[in-house]
Design a protein around this ligand. Structure first.
Ligand code: AMP
Ligand code: ZN
Length: 437
């Protein structure tokens, strides 16, 4: 295979040198962190008062983990390390409550993000001759702008298509001769179904590659998309706390995701004991960002379960590879690429007096897409045979959920006391999607 490298001197850097570079960048990042209210306080308890207190990469172990809750508690500016007038952008993602985790960027942070994103895209064999249709949400979600900037950095023609509307997507693919796609894996499968329905021939499209991420999917799903759409599919991993996409990506070997270790320090720990797992064992990924000044985040518990590959990759890159994410160590659901915590749904419905005491969230596949149904009991004084107030309540729940979690689920109302009650811990979520990861 003819591998191409955007930053060959870094991508193939011998590990001792790479670790030296990490140490130097970690010290710089600690300097940024010490300027934030949150880490100033937290690091003072560990005896780290200046970057020079970090002598080796092992000194990272002295720093406590940072969790999503910390980011929420620090909202809005507890993690900001620069004066507000230097900030040029923010992105945000949902948390377990209504408070979003918000990440700020200065101009250099945005450039760094594009630099890593471009490295990912280039590693799959793309170049400036490609036409890249970015079929993912733009806005606070990082997938849209993250890939957009990376694509431009590579020099591709980037179409900011945004998510949804398959008819419009096909038209753009045909009009502009799209060669590369980016979407969630479920949307890519959905696209294929719609392509058949619309009678669009594969021959009328020029697509050769697709980037798929933002949600877990299996190797079988990858193979299925590749066979149906006749494209090479590359797995893309990232999270907004670590900029978004661009953290780890598959190379042309399509066997594990290289995590860019000059941008991130990766650890994998047992989610219960928080001790490091043995090399090759599955555990929770913990990340420290080394490429962002405005919002430094150290030892972030991603809650994503994965393992390091122990073998080097055939492409010659020295940056370690992660296995595809196999699940989460918390209860976050990912519905068509959108993160949802059951607690956010509970907050909405339990705040309505017409709603009874029990509810159940059911997630299923409807064709290729995820479908969420919120089943809730109505309060005892509501009559089930009067449909008008019931329909109004359904609409109210739907609209409120749409506003708070950006998802419009199906809502089912049930008579008070009629939903099953479990004997032990309440089972609030039934995830019926096939578990083939
Ligand atoms: P967000 O912060 O909204 O970008 O969501 C980040 C989360 O999406 C991650 O922590 C993962 O749980 C999930 N995610 C992103 N990319 C992938 C992927 N390629 N495979 C599995 N899960 C992913
Ligand atoms: Zn590789």
């Amino acid at each position: 295979m003819n591998f191409q490298y955007r930053n060959p001197e870094i991508e193939k850097m011998p590990r001792p040198e790479l670790e030296k570079l990490q140490l130097q960048k970690l010290k710089t990042e600690i300097g940024y962190a010490l300027r934030t209210p949150f880490y100033k306080e937290r690091l003072s308890k560990t005896g780290i008062k200046s970057p020079d207190d970090i002598k080796t990469l092992n000194d990272l172990n002295k720093i406590p983990f940072t969790a999503k809750n910390d980011l929420r508690d620090g909202f809005p500016y507890g993690f900001l390390s620069i004066p507000k007038e230097e900030v040029v952008r923010l992105h945000a993602s949902s948390g377990t409550t209504g408070i979003p985790t918000t990440i700020y960027f200065n101009k250099d942070d945005i450039k760094n993000w594009a630099f890593f994103m471009a490295r990912c895209i280039y590693a799959t064999g793309c170049n400036k001759n490609d036409v890249f249709q970015n079929m993912i949400t733009y806005g606070l979600f990082t997938g849209g702008l993250g890939f957009h900037q990376g694509g431009e950095e590579v020099g591709m023609l980037v179409i900011p298509a945004g998510a949804g509307n398959t008819g419009r997507q096909f038209k753009m693919m045909q009009d502009y001769g799209t060669t590369v796609l980016h979407a969630t894996p479920s949307f890519l499968l959905h696209l294929e179904t719609k392509m058949k329905e619309a009678g669009i021939s594969r021959e009328s499209l020029s697509i050769t590659r697709a980037f798929a991420g933002a949600e877990p999917y299996s190797e079988d799903t990858r193979k299925r998309i590749e066979a149906l759409l006749k494209v090479d599919v590359y797995n893309s991993y990232g999270l907004s706390e670590m900029n978004g996409p661009g953290v780890a990506f598959e190379c042309q070997c399509k066997d594990g995701l290289h995590i860019w270790e000059d941008g991130y320090i990766a650890e994998i720990v047992n989610p219960d004991t928080l001790e490091p797992v043995k090399d090759g064992e599955i555990g929770e990924l913990v990340l420290t960002i080394l490429c962002r000044e405005a919002t430094p985040i150290l030892r972030y518990r991603t809650r994503d379960l994965t393992a390091f590959y122990t073998e080097p990759c055939a492409c010659g890159r020295t940056h370690r590879r992660l296995r595809r994410i196999t699940g989460r160590s918390d209860d976050m659901l990912i519905i068509n690429g959108v993160n949802v915590f059951p607690s956010q749904i509970e907050e909405v419905i339990m705040g309505m007096k017409e709603v009874g005491n029990n509810y159940l969230i059911v997630v299923e596949k409807e064709g290729a897409l995820d479908r969420m149904t919120v089943k809730t009991e109505v309060s005892a004084d509501i009559f089930m045979d009067d449909s008008r107030p019931l329909n109004a309540l359904k609409e109210k729940i739907k609209e409120t959920l749409q506003t708070s979690i950006s998802i419009s689920p199906k809502v089912e109302l049930h008579e008070s006391g009629s939903l099953p009650i479990s004997e032990g811990k309440a089972v609030r979520v039934q995830d019926m999607r096939p578990k083939d990861v």
